[in-house]
Ligand binder design. Structure first.
Ligand code: A3P
Length: 362
C-alpha cells in the first residue's frame, strides 16, 4: 500500500513538472515571435470564412449594374472595382504555371501554402478596407476574378460567385462604341473581338461549372433587365440573403449607400433605374463579313443559348416596371443628360503610356 502511494506521488510530481515546462516553452515561443496585440488583431480581422460574393463576367456584361443592385441591400457591401484583386490572382496563376519560376520559389522556401496565405491576406485586406463601411457580407466586383473562381474558393471557402453573361454581340458593340480598352479586344476589328469574347467567357463558364451550381450562378444580363424581380429573387435565394425591395430601386441609393467611381466606364449608365436602353442597341451593327461565321468565331454564343441565326433575336417581353423606367428616362432626357455629365468618366491626364499598357480594362 505504501509503495503504491509513493508511486502515485512520483507520477503526479513528474506530470506537474512536464506541464510546467511545456507551458513555459509554449509561452516563450509565442512571446518571441508575435506580440500579443497583433494576435488579437489577427483573430478579429482575418475571418476568411466570412461569406464573400464575387461578381464577374466579361466586361460590358452588366457587372456594375449587378453590384449596384447588391450594394442597395443593407447586408451587403461591394463598392467600386478594386482592379488589384484580379491582378494578384493572375500573378499567382502565372507563377504556378511557369515551372521554372515555381521551382525557384519552392527552392527559396516560399511554399504554395505561404503564397496562398499571402494572396488571401492581400485580397481580404483590400475587400475589407475599400468601398465604405464594412457589412455582414462582403462583395467584390472585378470582372476577371471569375477566371480564377476555382482557386478563390480554395482560399475563401464560403465565397459565392455571380457570372454575368450577355450576348457577345452586345458586349462587342459596347466595347467598340464606348471605346473601352480591354486586353485582347480591338476598337476596330469585330472578328478579333468575337474570338476574344469567346475565349474569355469560355474560361469563366468552365471555372463556374467546376465549382458547381451551389457556389456559382449564371446571371443573364438580358433576363436581369427584362425581369428584375424574379431574377434578383433567384440571385438572393442563391446567396441566402433575404429579399428587400430596395434591390429593385438601386438608383435611389446612388451617392448614399452606393458610391461610384469617376473612372469606371459604367458609372454614368448605372445611375439610371434598370432600363432597356442597352438591350438591343447592337442590332444592325454586326458587319456582313462576320454574320456567316459567327458560330465558328464564337461557339459560346450558341452554347449559352443565344439565337445566332437571327440578326434581331428576341430576348423576351419586359416587365412593366422596366418599361415604365425606360419611358420615364426618355421623357426626362435632359435631366438624365445633366446627371450623366456628373458621372462622365474622368481620367487623369498624367496616365503614362507605360502604365496604360499594364492595365487590363481602361
Ligand atoms: P452598354 O455599354 O451596351 O450600354 P459593365 O458594367 O459590366 O461594364 O456593363 C456595362 C453595361 O451595363 C452597359 O451596356 C450599360 O448600359 C449596362 N447598364 C448599366 N446600368 C444599367 C441600368 N441601370 N439598366 C440597364 N443596363 C445598365
Amino acid at each position: 500500500m505504501r509503495t503504491c502511494n509513493r508511486c502515485l506521488c512520483f507520477t503526479l510530481v513528474v506530470t506537474l513538472i512536464i506541464v510546467v515546462v511545456l507551458s513555459y516553452l509554449l509561452n516563450s515561443i509565442k512571446d518571441s515571435t508575435v506580440p500579443s496585440n497583433i494576435l488579437i488583431r489577427q483573430t478579429e480581422c482575418n475571418n476568411y470564412s466570412r461569406p464573400i460574393i464575387f461578381i464577374g463576367g466579361m466586361p460590358r456584361s452588366g457587372t456594375t449594374l449587378m453590384r449596384a443592385i447588391l450594394d442597395s441591400h443593407p447586408l451587403v457591401r461591394c463598392g467600386e472595382e478594386t482592379r488589384v484583386v484580379p491582378r494578384i490572382l493572375s500573378m499567382r496563376s502565372a507563377w504556378k504555371k511557369q515551372t521554372v519560376e515555381w521551382n525557384r520559389l519552392i527552392a527559396g522556401g516560399i511554399s504554395e501554402n505561404i503564397l496562398d496565405s499571402a494572396v488571401r491576406a492581400f485580397v481580404y485586406e483590400i475587400l475589407v478596407r475599400h468601398g465604405g463601411p464594412d457589412a455582414d457580407i462582403l462583395c467584390d466586383k472585378d470582372p476577371f476574378v471569375l477566371k480564377h473562381a476555382v482557386y478563390v474558393t480554395t482560399i475563401f471557402p464560403n465565397s459565392k460567385f455571380l457570372l454575368l453573361i450577355r450576348d457577345g454581340r452586345a458586349v462587342i458593340h459596347s466595347v467598340m462604341t464606348r471605346k473601352v480598352t480591354i486586353t485582347g479586344f480591338s476598337l476596330t476589328d469585330y472578328k478579333q473581338n468575337l474570338k476574344s469574347w469567346n475565349q474569355g467567357i469560355d474560361v469563366m463558364v468552365k471555372e463556374c461549372t467546376k465549382i458547381g451550381d451551389s457556389n456559382c450562378l449564371f446571371v443573364y444580363y438580358e433576363q436581369l433587365v427584362l425581369h428584375p424581380r424574379v431574377t434578383i429573387e433567384k440571385i438572393l435565394k442563391f446567396l441566402n440573403i433575404p429579399w428587400v425591395d430596395s434591390v429593385l430601386h438601386h438608383d435611389e441609393l446612388i451617392d448614399k449607400k452606393i458610391s461610384l467611381s469617376k473612372t469606371e466606364h459604367s458609372s454614368d449608365q448605372v445611375i439610371k433605374p434598370i432600363n432597356l436602353e442597352a438591350l438591343t442597341r447592337w442590332v444592325g451593327h454586326v458587319p456582313d463579313n462576320v454574320k456567316n461565321e459567327i458560330d465558328t468565331l464564337a461557339p459560346m454564343l450558341k452554347q449559352l443559348g443565344y439565337d445566332t441565326k437571327s440578326d434581331n433575336p428576341s430576348y423576351g417581353t419586359a416587365d412593366s416596371l422596366v418599361i415604365e423606367n425606360t419611358n420615364n428616362i426618355k421623357r426626362n432626357i435632359s435631366y438624365w443628360n445633366e446627371r450623366m455629365k456628373q458621372y462622365d468618366r474622368k481620367m487623369s491626364n498624367t496616365t503614362s503610356i507605360a502604365s496604360v499598357k499594364t492595365l487590363t480594362v481602361l
